[in-house]
Design a protein around this ligand. Structure first.
Ligand code: FAD
Length: 388
């Protein structure tokens, strides 16, 4: 989110210093899905062509039962009269970061400092002070505001007078990736696959030189060690159990993630603000966390524009909090918790009922559109802007 906020501040001619703890962009396989409202926002700051040049379009997704096959398929072109981007753009998060970074002006007053780990922030009547550890020792920087885009364990949030309430799931999520082409076996490029014993989600991202890489996300019990979960034989058994084939799968990544559902009790404490995972975290089913963070930073950048260029009152930052935190609780949390509950449903009757609802939703144009407006994050995004 830091790069995306910086790109907005560049665009709006607002000076900043971006402090990044790492010395490079990490390539762990996390987000891969960009939804229509985010694409619209990136278009507005001149970044859409870059994203499209490396991303791949997904115009429909499937909901499946692991044993019975396709339950329903949802065609995103249903949203063609609502957005210029009636699809999901698949593009790995680290590539988004790289492309946004390449777009940054990084001229005087617009600065990125890598290997600067923020260890504390404080504020007074005149501004903020950030302390950061660098290879050359600790430094202090002064500014008008600090925006913590520093992820789920945000140091900035910990320096604010706010809670991060919610819960952690007992299970973790195991992500495997393989170049094996599941598309040749009838899978869409995004699939949610329900099962009472071992649900999974399967989606295709561009991969190396856009040759295609399929990621499979499985639940992993709380007690298994990472070593046992990543063991070659165990990984082969798991993926062969899902889709048997001759010979072993070529596995590119194996990663394990703890999963939480949490929202900060306030996104603003005076001159300190949070956005992205620093403000809210959720399970990845539906591909919403990063997108929601994008919507945060575009919203916040516009408030900062009004303050910096138009003498706007800093109560606009309270509006940022109201708009974004409300939808994080009412949409992001509700929707992602529901997505997980549905995909793992153990009660056969409840599962069948859910499938019936999905089929009827997919075949009824009005219901389908309403469903896709939520799944494509358009409804929540528009609702946030309507909050005063
Ligand atoms: C398996 C998986 C799949 C996912 N799929 C999707 C998806 O398809 N779509 C979607 O929208 N979301 C998805 N998500 C969620 C998405 O990955 C996160 O929401 C996103 O990474 C949040 O970005 P962020 O910049 O807020 O935080 P992070 O990605 O955590 O980045 C934080 C940055 O801050 C830096 N930092 C941390 N602490 C400090 C410090 N003290 N000082 C300076 N710098 C610091 C870090 O180095 C890092 O660069 C997925 C998540 C997982 C685990």
């Amino acid at each position: 989110m830091g790069y995306t906020l910086a790109a907005n501040l560049d665009y709006l001619s607002i000076p900043y210093v971006l402090l990044e703890a790492g010395d490079h962009i990490f390539e762990d396989p996390r987000a891969g899905t960009i939804h229509p409202p985010s694409l619209e926002l990136f278009r507005d700051i001149g970044l859409i062509e870059r994203l499209q040049s490396e991303g791949s379009v997904v115009s429909s997704f499937q909901y499946r039962d692991r044993r019975q096959g396709v339950v329903a398929e949802f065609d995103l072109s249903t949203l063609a009269d609502e957005t210029d981007f009636p699809y999901r753009l698949m593009l790995e998060q680290h590539k988004v970061c790289r492309l946004v970074h390449e777009h940054l002006g990084l001229t005087e007053g617009h600065t990125l400092r890598r290997q600067h780990r923020v260890v504390g922030v404080s504020q007074d009547g005149q501004g903020v002070t950030a302390r950061a550890q660098t290879p050359d020792g600790e430094i202090e920087l002064r500014g008008r505001y600090v925006v913590g885009c520093d992820g789920g364990r945000s140091q900035v949030r910990k320096s604010m007078n706010v809670d991060f309430t919610g819960f952690q799931y007992g299970e973790r999520f195991l992500v495997l990736s393989t170049p094996f082409d599941f598309g040749a076996f009838g899978y869409a490029r995004t699939n949610y696959i329900s099962d009472p014993d071992e649900w999974c989600a399967l989606f295709r991202v561009p991969g190396v030189e856009q040759a295609g890489m399929w990621r499979i996300l499985f639940p992993a019990g709380p007690d298994a060690s990472e070593e046992a979960l990543f063991d070659e034989a165990a990984v082969q058994q798991r993926i062969q159990g899902f889709h048997p084939k001759e010979g072993p799968y070529e596995i590119f990544h194996r990663n394990l993630y703890a999963v939480h559902q949490r929202v900060a009790s306030c996104y603003r404490d005076g001159r300190l603000l949070v956005a992205g995972d620093a403000a809210h975290i959720n399970n990845p089913l539906g591909g919403m966390g990063m997108n929601f963070g994008f919507h945060d930073v575009f919203n916040l950048a516009d408030k900062l524009r009004q303050i910096y260029h138009n003498g706007g009152d800093d109560s606009l930052l309270d509006l940022y909090d109201r708009q974004r935190r409300t939808v994080a609780s009412e949409y992001l949390q509700r929707q992602t918790i529901e997505n997980k509950k549905n995909i793992e449903q153990k009660d056969p009757q409840v599962r069948q009922q859910f499938y019936e609802e999905l089929r009827s939703t997919a075949s009824d144009p009005v219901k389908r559109k309403a469903y896709l407006m939520r799944a494509a994050m358009i409804e929540g995004y528009r609702y946030s802007l309507s909050i005063q």
